[in-house]
Design a protein around this ligand. Structure first.
Ligand SMILES: Cc1ncc(COP(=O)(O)O)c(C=O)c1O
Length: 398
């Protein structure tokens, strides 16, 4: 399928619809992207209505529209609306899925070296509580996840494969569909952390073959902070124990017993920030209107240019490695602490982030990295912005 690149007018239009792009170069999209104005306005309007007419009354007025959020998310990841639960962030989604599994002493969980700190903590906690065995598969010398090593690590005790699609502090993309094939072949449950990939690249849960998927709203989806979702394949629903309950968990309850509702909304709380839910919905709609394939193509080409320009600068080391790279660009400036780079760029209205060792523990420790600079591009960034950032780096540090 031929993908039509964005022309300059389209990029300009996206920027006009994103007030935040006017005064700064935002390269912290892997932290929290700038939301389109429609996302912000939808939330502000909703909050105003709540204040004027009452929270429950406003919820009732927008009930059908609120329900549509599950449908749009399902459309984006090729799932069924019944398989989506709205939660506060990706860690919550991952926790509900992971801790919902029934672990026994000696169960083995295979992970990549790219797991985020929340996931590593969940794994270590299950190691303490149940005596699970964590098997971490490091990337190969070229920075790729070795699918053959994954398959070789599987045995009768393997309970779960839990990997991360795109890591927090590196630019590589894991071969999640190939991992899914292995999971299916050996009939092993597959949990995917798609926190940094949904909104950045096509994510199709059918093609990937994952059973559960954890996502946040504020990053590449350009949604509000405090939003996220969990996908649970229909066949997996009843295999996960429930970790918390309220009236929304059940379809019926009496004094003796209750019946759990038959969709993934059993994993949601009733009480939510409904303004945030509508904001998330608008951000998903925005992606769907643009087309995720076009977004992904644009991000890849901007990140390619960025890495190329950085490599031309003496004293800068680009850390990203692997056959497929994404919008997360990580680098160090020789002899200059990452915090200094961040502060100096911030003084020029350029936002970057510092990736610390804790965040992607296995990978950063193996590579001996700490305090790297993460500059993550989105489709609304421009080639000119990249040139400005590289010029600043050259002028200030090199
Ligand atoms: C790869 C990855 N997974 C999970 C998370 C956790 O996401 P959240 O902060 O929404 O819980 C992050 C956050 O940066 C991340 O980068």
């Amino acid at each position: 399928m031929e993908i039509k690149p964005f022309d300059k007018a389209e990029i300009q239009a996206f920027r006009m619809e994103t007030t935040g792009t006017a005064n700064r170069i935002h390269l912290n999209n892997a932290g929290a992207a700038l939301p389109p104005d429609i996302v912000v306005n939808t939330m502000v309007d909703f909050l105003r209505e709540e204040a004027l007419f009452g929270g429950y009354e406003t919820e009732a007025k927008y009930r059908a529209q609120l329900n549509h959020t599950h449908t749009l998310i399902a459309q984006l990841i090729h799932a069924h609306p019944d398989e989506i639960a709205l939660v506060e962030n990706a860690s919550a989604a991952w926790d509900i899925a992971f801790n919902g599994l029934h672990f026994q002493q000696g169960d083995e969980v295979i992970v990549s070296e790219m797991e985020y700190v929340s996931n590593v903590l969940g794994l270590l906690n299950a190691q303490k509580l149940y005596g699970i065995v964590i098997k971490m598969i490091p990337n190969d010398a070229e920075g790729n996840f070795p699918v053959n090593d994954l398959e070789a690590a599987i045995n009768v005790r393997t309970k779960l494969i839990a990997v991360t699609h795109v890591p927090s502090t590196a630019g590589n993309v894991l071969p999640v569909a190939a991992i899914g094939e292995v999971a299916r072949k050996h009939n092993i449950v597959y949990l995917l952390d798609a926190c940094q990939s949904v909104g950045q690249m096509p994510v199709d849960v059918q093609a990937i073959g994952c059973d559960m998927l954890a996502v946040t709203g504020r990053k590449y989806l350009r949604g509000p902070r405090g939003s996220g979702f969990l996908y649970v394949r229909r066949q997996m629903l009843d295999q996960l124990k429930l970790l918390f309950f309220d009236g929304r968990t059940v379809s019926s309850v009496n004094q003796q017993d209750f019946v759990v509702r038959n969709d993934a909304q059993r994993f949601e709380w009733y009480e939510k920030n409904f303004a945030v839910i509508l904001g998330l919905q608008k951000s998903v709609e925005y992606v769907l209107n643009i087309g995720i394939e076009r977004i992904w193509q644009r991000i890849q080409s901007l990140a390619f240019l960025f890495r190329q320009r950085l490599r031309e600068l003496d004293g800068i080391t680009v850390h990203d490695q692997g056959d497929e790279l994404c919008g997360i660009v990580t680098f160090s400036v020789s002899g200059v602490p990452a915090a200094t780079v961040k502060t100096k760029l911030a003084a020029k209205n350029i936002n970057v982030h510092i990736g610390i060792a804790k965040s992607t523990l296995y990978y950063m420790n193996r590579k001996g990295l700490d305090g790297i600079i993460r500059a993550s591009v989105h489709y609304y960034n421009t080639e000119e912005e990249i040139e400005v950032v590289c010029r600043e780096l050259r002028t200030v540090f090199l």
